[in-house]
Design a protein around this ligand. Structure first.
Ligand code: NAP
Length: 197
C-alpha cells in the first residue's frame, strides 16, 4: 500500500551519542532524566489527558519496538503506560498484557495498525527502536518524522542508529520541542526534528 493510501504516519524517536550509538548491553548508555521525560512526553502525547483534551476521547498513541528494547524497559515500567505497546519478535514468547500486542513481522504490525477499528482507537505511532526496527521505519513509505536527540559526547555503545542520509529530510521545528541546547549532568544535547521529503 502506498503512503498516500495508508492511514499510518510513523514518527521515529531516538537519542544518539556523538557517534550515533544508541545502546550498550541491552540498556541505554546514559541516564538523562530530562531526556527521558522528553521521550515520554512526545510518545504519550496529549490524547491520554482527557481533562486537557476532551475531544480526543480514548485515543492513545502507539509505541512500536523490537523485543530487545521492550525487554530493556524495567519490568515495573513495561508495557509503557498510557500507550499501546506494539512489540516485534520472531522467536520469543512475550507474556500477554492488555497494553501490549506482539507481531512476528513488520508487515503484520503495519496491517494491524491499518485496521479501521484500530485506527479508531489510536492517535500517533512512535517507532522507539532498536536498530533494525529504526531501519525498517526509515525504509517505510509511512515514515513522517525523525525526532533525534543528539548528545555531544561519545559513550561506550554496541548498538547504533542506522545510516541515514540527511539529504532525504528537511529540518523542521515542532512547538513541543525546544530548539535550545540542553545540558544535564554536564552532558550537552540538542533535539532535532527531521521530516521526510
Ligand atoms: N537511544 C535510544 O533512543 C534507544 C532506543 C531504543 C533502544 N535503545 C537501545 O538499543 C538496544 C536494543 O536494540 P536492538 O537493536 O539490539 O534490538 P531491538 O530492535 O529492540 O530488538 C531486536 C529483536 O526484535 C525482533 N525483530 C527485529 N526485527 C524483526 C522483524 N522484522 N520481525 C519480527 N521481529 C523482529 C527480534 O526479536 P526475537 O529475537 O524475539 O525474534 C530481534 O531479536 C538496547 O541497548 C536499548 O537500550 C536505545
Amino acid at each position: 500500500m502506498s503512503s498516500r493510501m495508508s492511514p499510518i504516519k510513523l514518527n521515529l524517536i531516538v537519542a544518539c551519542d556523538s557517534k550515533m550509538g544508541i545502546g550498550v548491553k541491552n540498556d541505554l548508555p546514559w541516564r538523562l532524566r530530562k531526556e527521558m521525560n522528553h521521550f515520554n512526553r512526545m510518545t504519550t502525547g496529549d490524547s491520554y489527558d482527557l481533562a486537557k483534551h476532551p475531544g480526543s476521547e480514548n485515543k492513545r498513541n502507539v509505541v512500536l519496538m523490537g523485543r530487545k528494547t521492550y525487554e530493556s524497559i524495567p519490568e515495573k515500567f513495561r508495557p509503557l503506560k498510557n500507550r499501546l505497546n506494539v512489540v516485534l519478535s520472531r522467536d520469543t514468547e512475550i507474556s500477554p498484557h492488555e497494553n501490549m500486542v506482539a507481531f512476528k513481522s513488520w508487515e503484520d504490525a503495519m496491517k494491524y495498525l491499518e485496521k479501521p477499528q484500530i485506527q479508531e482507537e489510536i492517535d500517533q505511532v512512535w517507532v522507539v527502536g532498536g536498530s533494525h526496527i529504526y531501519k525498517m521505519a526509515m525504509e517505510s513509505p509511512f515514515l513522517y518524522r525523525i525526532y533525534l536527540t543528539k548528545l555531544a559526547k561519545e559513550f561506550d555503545c554496541d548498538t547504533f542508529f542506522p545510516e541515514f542520509d540527511p539529504a532525504e529530510y528537511k529540518l523542521v521545528t515542532d512547538p513541543k520541542v525546544s530548539q535550545e541546547e540542553q545540558e544535564e549532568d554536564g552532558i550537552r544535547y540538542t533535539f532535532y526534528v527531521y521530516e521526510k521529503l
